[in-house]
Design a protein around this ligand. Sequence first.
Ligand code: TEU
Length: 572
Amino acid sequence: MSKPIWWKEANVYQIWPASYKDSNGDGVGDIPGIISTLDYVKSLGIDVIWLSPMYDSPQDDMGYDISDYENVYSKYGTLEDMEQLIKETHGRGMKLILDLVINHTSVEHAWFKESRSSKSNPKRDWYIWKPPKYDKDGNRQPPNNWGSYFSGSTWKYDELTDEYYLHLFAESQPDLNWENAETREAIYKSAVSFWLDKGIDGFRIDTAGMYSKVQSFEDAPIVFPDVEFQPCKLYHQHGPRIHEFHKELVEKIISKYDVMTVGEVGHSTRDQSLKYVSEEEKEMNMMFLFDVVEVGADPADRFRYKGYNLVDFKKAIQSQGSFIEGTSAWSTVFIENHDQPRSISRFGNDSPEFRVQSGKALALLQATLTGTEFIYQGQEIGMINLPKEWPLDEYLDINTINYVKSFKEKYGKEPNYEEKLAELKGNINLLARDNARSPVQWTSGSQAGFTSGKPWMRVNDTYKEINVESQVNDPDSLFTFWKAALKLRKEHKDVFIYGNFTILDIQNDQLFTFLKTSGDKTTYIVINFSTKPAHFTPLKEGKFNLLLSNVKEGSLDEANLGPYEARAYIVS
Ligand code: TEU
């Protein structure tokens, strides 16, 4: 049995500041707004808050493009506000972790400004600069065919010095050169120590598998023959020196503090994952894998969709969570974050009839899985995706905007363009990051109580039905159910937080039935993931005591489950 460590047992709540709570009417969420809701967050059963980037930034990628690690984006507040937030969070017995974005900075960062200024600048080598290539007609080309996560090439030409710089994400997010020891030291000091010394309790580490690039910078294999730039993960994910870099960061800085770290690694095999999160490796405490959130999606193309089914969902949960069994490693449980659509729309059913019921089923599932629990703002009240009828110009994420732009460039002249665009629009509505980024729905009043001004992003039309105010005191609400589920998780932490996981019906595409066990303690979870009633065959042996269910007790029928009905039993 693992040692009871605080970060293993924590329920973590992610706050994405722009859309959380605005206190001054400028239409953008802010730190005083967050402080005003801390009692609410605490009342849900939260132990740790993960705050997405609040650093100074031109906001091309909503703060994941940092221009100053040691300052706060002025619309969010000040350094004093952050100090107050740390104090108020601690004062309520909670902890605060920040987002550590150190694969890249903004082009507005002083380091990049210097680096770009001349080839001989001492900081030139802090970023990754390469000379152009020329084709047979003498046209200038990028150094290789790598495609960016946000469409187009990963290379941006800079006239000033006639070289290209590398950016795995947006053009305005140049990749730092981790090969340079001086750069690493500067990152540790400015982005890491600065905030640990202010008393924060750890980090969610952005793009944690990408710092080490294969230094040959050769062309990637052609995966999509019809496009110019190709997926290039092979050359920057789990690169040759990645573990050396993480070990150095921990040894030099992180290990001096009692803090937690969770790395966003995304795609990795069991063996690769264990290198980051096994206790003896001393790299990070746990990681986010994308198996579950990418069920049905195409990891190589953000808006290609292959279709979701429950069997794949179960397999993804199995591989994402169970890789730690029998090892010293630890894992995470999450189905939403700021990069993903809303889970009820994606894995449940967001129609008025089944929205709450399927939300409770997902909550019960998430609360009974092994690992540290992560909940994203608005998930606790069952916020759903943006309305299908909204036009594309309501989507403000650079990832969506760039994709649509290159799609138009590529297919705009084809006769069936409108048809293709309609299909893309459907996939955008289902998968876009924008779905998670609309303002939190606090009340049924003007702008959902998010702001007294004009919100930077349109409030989801559902705010009258889905909001915090109507749920906090309603015993049947999703919020109240989440509270009960998180409490139960702690009461039976041996099985739910730490236990072994066995799926009993992997091929069943309607029901999800599994055991969580620890020593001789067994819990049995049955969930109907469909709009139709389902029959299930209870385990033959043992006496079942119901721990939690999303239907009123009187209507429990031993072997039949209503639509999206979910139950957790303890077996004796
Ligand atoms: O995301 C990194 C990441 O792995 C991407 O593939 C992510 O899944 C992408 O947004 C999907 O299209 C992190 C942050 O979570 C994201 O918000 C940032 O945009 C990105 O890094 C760059 O900092």
